[in-house]
Design a protein around this ligand. Structure first.
Ligand SMILES: Nc1ccn([C@@H]2O[C@H](COP(=O)(O)OP(=O)(O)OP(=O)(O)O)[C@@H](O)[C@H]2O)c(=O)n1
Ligand SMILES: C[C@](O)(CO)[C@H](O)COP(=O)(O)O
Length: 252
């Protein structure tokens, strides 16, 4: 009898990299643990993944020195219902390394893996489901993204005024969000093949970037304005405003 585990594309896990410090947000608690309307950002992100009926496992990648704290936090604020198991593993130096460590904790029978930033706590469930559906329909890699509001310039980086070297056609550019969704085997292969790039400073800023390097097609589905990344202090103001609007809408 074979002990090979059957992989099912329908089994979907979400890896949440949450091991960053949040330098651009300013000094204080690690970003994923900062409160939004009294609840840690990471808890919002776990709930956002668990809101999808497709997701039955969430792997949280915690700051290496904060794994026990994150575990007890998630025990204190579990996702609603008992449909979703939550694991916590220690992260690495870069986002890419953290995702790779999280991916290792996903059991072999999960065929679909989402990777979602803890720093995007307010992504609506419809966006999560749209990504999962596209993977289940056969796309090996799916990213949610939005058209750009601003014109973009390519520059020669400098300390003073930076010379502009080009203006890409905005119509063909998209601002990429998470969760990004993958056929698990494709994502594992990409992270194993390019593990060294994270150490050598040539890592990718998103998982889809690694899949692209392998020559595997990546497709875009429409993202959502509320899936924005909390990066700078003003993003906290926007996040609180979105939560206040949701509370007001729930009141009606
Ligand atoms: N070593 C790292 C670095 C980042 N992340 C996670 O990757 C996501 C996106 O990263 P970003 O917004 O850049 O977060 P930080 O790295 O914390 O931000 P900063 O660059 O401002 O320090 C976040 O959920 C962050 O916790 C991670 O798990 N491990
Ligand atoms: C994955 C990501 O959120 C997609 O936009 C983004 O690339 C993360 O970048 P960061 O520099 O780690 O915030």
């Amino acid at each position: 009898m074979s002990d090979r585990v059957e992989t099912s594309p329908a089994r979907t896990a979400a890896v949440i990299p949450a091991a960053g410090r949040g330098v651009r947000l300013g000094p204080g608690t690690p970003k994923a643990l900062r409160a939004l309307s009294g609840t840690p950002m990471l808890v919002h992100a776990v709930r956002a993944m668990a809101a999808s009926r497709a997701v039955s496992l969430v792997v949280v990648v915690a700051p290496p020195d904060g794994t026990a704290e994150v575990r007890s936090l998630l025990d204190e604020f579990p996702p609603a219902g008992d449909r979703t198991e939550v694991l916590v593993v220690p992260g690495g130096e870069t986002r890419q390394q953290s995702v790779r460590l999280g991916l290792k904790a996903v059991p072999d029978d999960y065929g679909t893996v989402l990777v979602h930033d803890a720093a995007r706590p307010l992504v609506p469930v419809d966006t999560v489901d749209a990504v999962v559906a596209a993977v289940r329909e056969g796309a090996p890699a799916v990213v949610p993204a939005l058209p750009l509001a601003d014109t973009v310039k390519q520059v020669q980086p400098a300390d003073g005024p930076e010379p502009v070297v080009g203006t890409p056609d905005r119509a063909v550019l998209r601002a990429v969000q998470t969760p990004q969704g993958f056929d698990r085997h494709t994502l594992l292969q990409a992270h194993e093949r390019y593990a060294h790039t994270a150490l050598e400073g040539e890592g990718a800023t998103d998982c889809a970037g690694l899949v692209e390097r392998m020559g595997v097609p990546v497709v875009v589905v429409r993202g959502h304005e509320e899936a924005f990344k909390v990066t700078r202090p003003l993003d906290l103001v926007l996040a609180e405003a979105v939560l206040a609007r949701r509370r007001a809408n729930d009141g009606f």
